[in-house]
Design a protein around this ligand. Structure first.
Ligand SMILES: *Cc1c(COP(=O)(O)O)cnc(C)c1O
Length: 394
């Protein structure tokens, strides 16, 4: 038997050795501003271009598209809005079901719900923490059937209108297998790349691995615009539609207010885009330092009997947005003691999200068997992952 307090104290001391002793608490993930942020934001104010029109929005979109290896990017107010619009442009609507992980941030499910669709939760793979293609295949073989040319859930009769893989903490999922499976069933794929800007699957950047991708630039993400998001795609028609929908679906005209769809006011303001332009210029440096921190954590816990730091899947390069300490199954019961001990010591460690299927608000949502999700969720402790903890920039 392992004493939970002894294990927690051991973890705390190991983390202190990596992080050093700091004055205040060590946050889970702090934004950092080491570039031209202030100058560009001030430029918006001095020129008056603070709102939804301005040159930084265009510059930012080009930089985002470049980072994701896509032809187009459409900047929006946050990642949830990006996901909602991404789902809508691939055809998700009221009464549809959207296949997604249960082990994700609430926004993935909420975006589907806001369209009148229903999340349909599928299980995770231990090697990626994201959707398990093998488990999804078994599940689809059991529940999917074709009716009038559409793939539907035979148990509910609702169309399976999209698949949303999410790269947990920046670690790429097995995207080729998921894309192939979705293609077999005629289900469009929307990549929730909110956590994975800068990650690579093989040599391809996350965000650009499916028909459409959605990013977040919230304050806790690897790059921030204060609040923000983007829809990325290679498809010019989808990009045009996303841009149209997110700018109230106004028909271009010299003076008339004509709107041909019920759109959204989701356009990213120029002020936020200015911040983003300065932030994206630092992405490579930030990725290098986050790698260094992940390496330091892994080295510190190498050979530990009861915990390990999650490492990027083979063939991938993770952005290591959030580092995860994974407790061995035998010591899962010690998780809360570990969290209490670390937080009491000023190390703001956090559990992973409550799996969405276990939240009362989504308890009625259809789902596959979720044994791996439940097991992983009980054993993951996220560690402080701000890039500066990985050392000064080179
Ligand atoms: C952060 C995040 C989002 C949504 O981003 P917001 O900008 O906060 O709306 C969506 N999905 C996942 C997995 C996220 O981590």
């Amino acid at each position: 038997m392992v004493d939970p307090d002894a294990l927690a104290n051991d973890i705390r001391e190991t983390l202190h050795a990596v992080l050093g002793r700091s004055e205040g608490p060590v946050p889970l993930h702090a934004p950092e501003f080491r570039g031209e942020e202030e100058a560009l934001v001030v430029d918006c104010i001095r020129t008056g271009w603070v709102s939804s029109v301005g040159r930084y929005v265009d510059v930012f979109e080009q930089a985002v598209a470049r980072a994701c290896g896509t032809r187009h990017a459409v900047a929006v107010v946050n990642g949830t809005a990006a996901l909602e619009v991404a789902l809508r442009i691939v055809g998700v609507g009221p009464g549809d079901e959207v296949l997604m992980p249960s082990l994700t941030f609430i926004a993935t499910a909420n975006a589907a719900h806001h369209l009148g669709a229903v999340p349909h939760f599928v299980d995770a793979a231990p090697c990626t923490l994201g959707i398990d293609p093998a488990a999804l295949k078994c599940h689809l073989e059991r529940i999917a059937e074709t009716r009038e040319g559409r793939t539907v859930n035979r148990e509910t009769g609702r169309p399976l209108a999209a698949l949303v893989p999410m790269h947990v903490f920046g670690h790429p999922v097995e995207m080729d297998a998921l894309n192939a499976l979705a293609a077999e069933y005629g289900i469009p794929v929307v990549e929730d790349a909110a956590e994975s800007l800068g990650s690579r699957y093989g040599d391809r950047p996350c965000g650009g691995l499916a028909r459409v991708g959605a990013l977040s630039f919230n304050g806790n993400k690897i790059v921030t615009t204060g609040g923000g998001g983007a829809i990325v795609t290679d498809d010019a028609d989808l990009a045009r539609h996303a841009r149209h929908l997110t700018t109230t679906a106004k028909v271009a005209h010299a003076w008339a207010f004509l709107h041909d769809e019920i759109g959204y006011n989701y356009r990213m303001p120029n002020l936020n885009a200015a911040l983003g332009v300065a932030q994206l210029a630092q992405l490579d440096d930030r990725l290098a330092r986050k790698r260094r921190l992940a390496r330091a954590y892994m080295d510190a816990f190498a050979g530990h009997d009861h915990v390990a730091v999650f490492a990027e899947p083979a063939g991938c390069r993770s952005n290591y947005w959030l580092n995860a300490l994974v407790l061995a199954p035998g010591v899962a019961d010690a998780r809360d003691t570990v969290l209490e001990t670390l937080n009491a010591a000023g190390i703001m460690a956090r559990p992973v999200w409550e799996p969405l299927h276990s939240l009362p608000i989504y308890a009625d949502a259809p789902r596959a068997e979720l044994p791996v999700t439940a097991d992983l969720a009980a054993r993951i402790v996220n560690l402080p992952s701000s890039a500066h903890l990985g050392g000064a920039s080179a």
